[in-house]
Ligand binder design. Structure first.
Ligand code: FDM
Ligand code: MG
Length: 212
């Protein structure tokens, strides 16, 4: 028969260095999509509310020490424990705007010296984003913004290495946004890119999997 299922939501991921403006832009994008009548939820990784997330959070706050590979796998596990819920929401028509995802996982761990292919492996089979919005900012400029919260990784030299790995990871499908532009200008660009992406998902673009 010709009855098609209700159109699915889009998986939209924001990536970038610390202080690139991801969190602010994610919440503005969520408000915009809500205002346009879409079902949408803000998500973020790490999700610090789970027990895995609490281990990660205490590591980031320098309250515990963990082996580099172990913490990498915890970040990945934190996405795996949310995978079925993400899929269910998307299939039910809810768009997810996600602040950091597997690319953070690979870029940050590779910046510590772990092999990039090893870092990608546990991400294989997670849901692939329909859209990756990369907020591009020179590490020096991000550091100037201040407000590094004193968590592990929030250091200029380390962020420079992370930026290099983001560059290795990025492919032609990523949308690179100049994060030095005024907030409203970035906001407008993200709105246009997200709207385009939602249209494609509504037209029946299938969900796909990492890592491809
Ligand atoms: N981070 C984040 C990782 O190292 N791996 C990951 O898989 C993810 C999702 O955790 F420094 C790092 C990036 C950042 C830190 O993220 C906490 P937020 O967005 O600042 O909470
Ligand atoms: Mg941070």
């Amino acid at each position: 028969d010709s009855v098609s299922s209700e159109s699915r939501g889009a998986l939209i991921v924001l990536e970038g260095l610390d202080r690139s403006g991801k969190s602010l832009q994610s919440s503005r994008l969520v408000s915009y999509l809500e205002g346009s009548g879409h079902s949408v939820e803000p998500w973020r990784f790490p999700d610090r509310t789970t027990s895995v997330g609490q281990m990660i959070s205490s590591y980031l706050a320098n309250k515990s020490e963990l082996d580099d590979r172990t913490v990498h796998l915890l970040f990945s596990a934190n996405r795996w424990e949310k995978r079925s819920q993400m899929e269910a929401k998307l299939k039910a028509g809810t768009t997810l705007v996600v602040d950091r995802y597997s690319y953070s996982g690979v870029a940050f761990s590779s910046a510590k010296g772990l092999n990039i292919e090893w870092c990608k492996a546990p991400e294989i089979g997670l849901l692939a984003p329909d859209l990756v919005l990369y907020l591009d900012i020179p590490p020096e400029k991000a550091a100037e913004r201040g407000g590094y919260g004193g968590e592990r990784y929030e250091q200029l030299e380390f962020q420079k290495k992370v930026a290099e790995y983001y560059e290795v990871l990025r492919d032609s499908s990523w949308k690179i946004i100049d994060a030095s532009l005024p907030i409203e200008e970035i906001e407008k660009q993200l709105q246009e890119l997200a709207s385009e992406c939602l249209k494609e998902c509504q037209k029946g673009k299938p969900l796909s999997l990492l890592w491809s």
